[in-house]
Design a protein around this ligand. Structure first.
Ligand code: ZN
Length: 235
């Protein structure tokens, strides 16, 4: 059964002041504007697991449901984003790369454990942030299995969700992720499909600093975003 509407899963990277690097960054002010939009328009911020369960059981969620995710595990996820989320009472999921934890600019294990205790769920973003479609089968297997294992060891809780680095996956990788014990995996917003109903290709909406106006946010959160993308870039 298909969903009658799309449940938006928002994808963020770094929340903070722009550093002039390639990391997609949303300023704290814009992030607050976006969260305030969700609250004002009566959106319920669901745990990512609810979206997963809804897809798995083909149970439609209420219309104004949304989930918030972060990729990469930047230090600002702990120092900037988490306090803002906390103030709004919104939960989120962060997909982290274990080999980057503790590197300059990234959360430490202590910070990750602290946010995990405070309403943020943790998923895997592979072991080395590897673009999986170009990795050997053995390497891809390691990326999926060892990242999950390491995170579970450090956090003391199951890690059931995956975010493919740069959104890259193949049908074979989807099967490998399932076999590695993940329950779901998300990609970036690529391609156009009406609904997210594939548990191992959950599409997300990339949030940017430009998304400040109520009109743009409404476009992004409604299904119309896909239509606009399609008009912009004919297949
Ligand atoms: Zn990433």
């Amino acid at each position: 059964m298909a969903y009658p509407w799309t449940i938006p899963v928002l994808a963020y990277h770094r929340i903070g002041e722009p550093k002039g690097d390639h990391v997609p960054t949303v300023s704290p002010e814009t992030f607050e504007t976006q969260l305030a939009f969700l609250r004002r328009h009566g959106y319920r911020v669901a745990e990512f697991g609810e979206i997963v369960d809804g897809i798995a059981r083909a149970t439609p969620l209420e219309r104004r449901t949304v989930a918030i995710t972060f990729d990469d595990g930047y230090e600002e996820t702990c120092s900037v984003a988490a306090p803002i989320l906390h103030r709004f009472g919104f939960q989120a999921t962060v997909f982290v790369t274990p080999t980057e934890i503790g590197l300059p600019g990234f959360m430490t294990w202590d910070q990750l454990r602290a946010v995990a205790k405070n309403g943020i769920r943790v998923g895997s973003h592979t072991l080395h942030h590897t673009y999986l479609p170009l990795a050997s089968r053995d390497q891809a297997q390691r990326e999926l299995v060892e990242s999950k294992y390491l995170l579970e060891q450090q956090l003391g809780e199951p890690v059931s969700w995956l975010s493919y680095p740069v959104g890259g996956f193949t049908p074979e990788l989807q099967a490998m992720a399932r076999a590695a014990g993940y329950q779901a995996a998300c990609t970036t917003n690529r391609g156009v499909s009406k609904t997210s109903k594939d548990l191992f290709a959950i599409r997300r909406i990339k949030m940017t600093e430009r998304d400040r106006s109520p009109f743009l946010l409404w476009i992004k959160l409604s299904g119309y975003y896909d239509l606009f993308r399609r008009l912009e870039r004919p297949a």
